[in-house]
Design a protein around this ligand. Structure first.
Ligand SMILES: C[S@@+](CC[C@H](N)C(=O)[O-])C[C@H]1O[C@@H](n2cnc3c(N)ncnc32)[C@H](O)[C@@H]1O
Length: 364
């Protein structure tokens, strides 16, 4: 990536997150770094509502190994993960490009493409036109200096703009990054879906199921239960895939969805109800205490009542990472004790608010 003469190291690890959840990401990173066994004494810097967190190594130390070791897929609160150079502050309006080019030269970086990004905040959105203005001149300078090349190990250069006069340069690597701009998977609201929540389940499928598995795992004729289903945004997604759905909720279901004939609405307690026979899917968006949701999910998986599950944990509390960590560790312990083999992933999705989404597949 960099030649022997490069003097500037990637001494920072830059991660994007939902604005307001910086302290949760910072707490998660602190835990993960503590168990990663690295000897570098890092500082974790979070700007409240900034939409990103920086992990900073002392001068002369690089964080490439740490960024690789703690993969993006294994993190809950991060949307994007980059190795980064120290921020460039106080950029002159008259020449913002020169300091960028100098820093890249010092680092000896090369990449196959460059993207302009900004925090997912109002301030970040206001930087779009400035990014557009810089894009073309920077691209041509980078090509001329061979920073941008046809072949550079699929590396991508990120220009992360934090204001009109400050930015940070980061680099991402194939297999350990989000391919979406700003780490955000945007989805179009499907016509006829009963609630905006519908996008959470759709995003979860994109996030946790590789495209080549969709036909098998989301096959027409599959069966599902939706706990806390009303008004029916998640059930709508299941029906849209051709599944038969038990919708469990005391609240009313959307009339259009019920006309599909694919949904049986049962006014039961989702913490107690079990299906008459094993189903393919369990989805759950109940507004309930996270530990109760975990007990319910464990009951389903251990009893063999479903093979796949996507469920949300609502996090109205302050210390969200601690709550998530405790819940996931409880679920793992219950499944391990019961001898269940499984894969488990958890993410704070773009369409989630103060909540996270968990995917578990029971392996046969
Ligand atoms: C966020 S809403 C679900 C939205 C739904 N996923 C959608 O896409 O339209 C939460 C639902 O959980 C239901 N709920 C909460 N506790 C429940 C329980 N113990 N049993 C069944 N439903 C419950 C509430 O009635 C409410 O309708």
């Amino acid at each position: 990536m960099s030649d022997q003469r490069s003097s500037l190291l990637a001494s920072e690890w830059l991660l994007y997150c939902r604005p307001g959840l910086e302290s949760d990401l910072a707490a998660e990173l602190a835990d993960r770094i503590a168990t990663a066994g690295i000897t570098i004494d890092v500082e974790i810097d979070e700007l409240p509502h900034g939409g990103y967190v920086r992990v900073i190594a002392p001068e002369g130390q690089a964080l490439n190994d740490l960024q690789r070791q703690v993969s993006l897929a294994s993190l809950v609160f991060a949307r994007q993960s980059l190795v980064a150079l120290p921020p460039l502050n106080e950029l002159e309006r008259s020449d913002r490009l020169a300091p960028i080019l100098d820093q890249l030269d010092a680092a000896g970086w090369s990449a196959e493409e460059v993207v302009f990004e900004a925090p997912d905040t109002n301030e970040g959105k206001a930087l779009t036109s400035l990014a557009k203005a810089l894009e073309r001149p920077l691209n041509s300078q980078l090509k001329r200096r061979k920073v941008l090349r046809r072949r550079a190990g699929a590396r991508r250069l990120h220009v992360f703009m934090t204001s009109g006069h400050s930015l940070q340069l980061g680099l991402s690597f194939r297999g350990n990054r989000s391919e979406h701009p700003n780490g955000i998977q945007r989805l179009r609201f499907p016509h006829g879906a009963p609630s905006r929540s519908t996008l959470k389940l759709e995003e979860a499928w994109h996030q946790f199921l590789p495209a080549e598995r969709w036909d098998e795992v989301l096959a027409p004729g599959s069966t599902a239960a939706d706990l806390g289903a009303a008004p029916g945004g998640w059930s709508w997604q299941l029906v849209n895939k051709g599944m038969q759905v038990y919708a469990i909720d005391n609240g009313p279901m959307d009339k259009g969805l019920m006309r599909s004939g694919m949904v049986e609405h049962l006014q039961e307690d989702g913490l107690k109800w079990l299906p008459p026979w094993p189903l393919d899917w369990l989805v759950c968006d109940m507004v309930e205490r996270p530990s109760r949701v975990i007990d319910t999910i464990a009951m389903w998986l251990i009893g063999g009542h479903c093979r796949f599950t996507v469920f949300n944990l609502k996090l109205p509390m302050k210390r969200r990472w601690q709550e998530v960590a405790e819940c996931l560790s409880l679920l793992r312990q219950l499944l391990d004790d019961a001898g269940i083999r499984y894969q488990l992933r958890c993410r704070q999705l773009y369409h989630d608010r103060e909540e996270v989404t968990v995917f578990v597949e029971a392996l046969r």
